[in-house]
Write a protein that binds this ligand. Structure first.
Ligand SMILES: O=C(COP(=O)(O)O)NO
Length: 260
């Protein structure tokens, strides 16, 4: 744990759920025992910072029913002010319904939808300027890792953020190797730690020592209630961005509490 004090656990629900299933998931989360409950002073110190990211259509349902121990994130946002942009959701609309965060640059936006580094970077800059926190995703494809290009790819994606963001104060970096997402093939603690160290070192060399030390770098890719403990022990793993396991309230609570 190196980042700014608090372990950060995000739940990326992706394109999953129905009104009923999300009502049940929210109920499970509201009744879960989370380490962050430990005393009101706890949030000032080392404890999980918890965020969940529902699909757009359920954001209002979740923000209006979820315990205030957990903050809500969008899974994407538009690159500028609202207006004639059919199908897009603006940052001001997300803030209007109580969103505090937005996930940007997720590999599914990069490799399924086709968003490029610069487009993602500009979205992040706009969201940050408008007061949302950004969970900035980076990560390599299997063939890129096998070609020894993991660091090159991650640094290129990082640079696209660094070139345009106004500040790093409200950014959490999520390292999510694409080959580990949804595959059950979780990175080993050593594999994840190696990239997290390289990312922190890149921040130190290209942004500042202060940003490098305070920015939380979280891991995503097949995290579950069984493997989270070993991963959480790594010095530079500051939390998780959880996909599939975040759709199961009790298991997500286990992951949140893995920091103890
Ligand atoms: O995409 C992910 C990880 O998904 P999984 O946990 O299902 O591998 N987080 O944003």
């Amino acid at each position: 744990m190196s980042g700014s004090g608090k372990f950060f656990v995000g739940g990326n629900w992706k394109c999953n759920g129905t009104k009923d299933s999300i009502t049940k998931l929210v109920s499970d989360l509201n009744s879960a025992k989370l380490e962050s409950d430990v005393g009101i002073l706890q949030p000032l110190f080392f404890n999980p910072y918890v965020v969940v990211a529902p699909p757009f259509v359920y954001l209002d349902q979740v923000t209006s029913s979820l315990t205030d121990r957990i903050e809500v994130s969008a899974q994407n946002s538009w690159i500028g002010k609202g207006g004639a942009f059919t199908g897009e959701i603006s940052v001001e609309q997300l803030k209007d319904i109580g969103c505090k965060w937005v996930i940007l640059g997720h590999s599914e936006r990069r490799h399924v939808i086709g968003e490029d580094d610069q487009f993602i970077g500009k979205k992040a800059a706009f969201a940050l300027n408008e007061g949302l926190g950004v969970i900035a995703c980076i990560g390599e494809l299997l063939e890129e890792r096998e070609a020894g290009k993991t660091f090159d790819v991650c640094f290129q994606q990082l640079k696209a953020f660094a070139d345009v963001v106004p500040s790093w104060d409200n950014i959490v970096i999520a390292y999510e190797p694409v080959w580990a997402i949804g595959t059950g093939k979780v990175a080993t603690p050593q594999q994840a730690q190696e990239v997290h160290v390289a990312v922190r070192d890149w921040l130190k060399k290209n942004v500042s020592e202060e940003v490098a030390s305070k920015t939380r770098i979280i891991y995503g890719g097949s995290v579950n209630g069984s493997n989270c403990g070993e991963l959480a022990k790594e010095e530079d793993i500051d939390g998780f961005l959880v996909g599939g396991a975040s759709l199961k309230g009790p298991e997500f609570a286990t992951i949140v509490n893995s920091v103890t």
